[in-house]
Write a protein that binds this ligand. Structure first.
Ligand SMILES: [Mg+2]
Length: 176
């Protein structure tokens, strides 16, 4: 049961996920949650760090796809300035969106990593789809009200995970 929530790695920030370290793991594509993972809801245009990270992925030939539960219009508006492909209404914690994107790229699940800030949606969806996963810390602490309720359960699950899997720790980067 607890296994469903377990991220493969926990990394402080999405921007510290280095393309070369992904390649060493055999990872060829990055899927990412949108809100509070890639952009903060109060800073929709993203930051210079984000653009730099996106560029480093591009140079490494690693596609980046946004997989969000938000509706088409909202996601489209958010990713348009970033020019990223996306899947909206992904129905995370179900794995369909991730599976669909994996197939579209012609990749195997073990060649994909899903990055997100929530155990209950992003990490469960990744595990459902059988891909690697990276939990990141949310870009900002305050959330929309519905996310705040999730956070309450999230804290409980996180506590259990850290007891059950003592090796699971926050890392600066993938190779720590
Ligand atoms: Mg999120």
């Amino acid at each position: 049961m607890l296994r469903e929530f377990k991220p493969t790695w926990m990394i402080n920030s999405v921007y510290s996920i280095a393309p070369q370290q992904l390649k060493q793991q055999g990872i060829r594509a990055v899927f990412t949650d949108l809100d509070n993972t890639l952009i903060a809801w109060n800073n929709p245009d993203g930051t210079p760090e984000l653009k730099q990270w996106m560029q480093s992925l591009e140079e490494a030939d690693i596609p980046l796809i946004v997989i969000s539960n938000n509706n088409y219009e909202r996601v489209k508006r958010a990713v348009e300035p970033l020019a990223l492909p996306f899947i909206s209404r992904a129905l995370k914690p179900l794995g369909f969106g991730i599976k669909r994107a994996t197939r579209k790229l012609g990749l195997k699940p073990h060649e994909v990593v899903m990055v997100g800030d929530q155990l209950l949606t992003d990490m469960v969806a990744a595990n459902q789809a059988g891909v690697y996963s990276i939990l990141v810390k949310p870009l900002i602490e305050t959330d929309a009200w519905n996310t705040r309720i999730n956070r309450f359960f999230e804290r409980y699950v996180m506590k259990q995970l850290l007891v059950q899997y003592p090796m699971l720790q926050w890392q600066e980067e993938l190779n720590d």
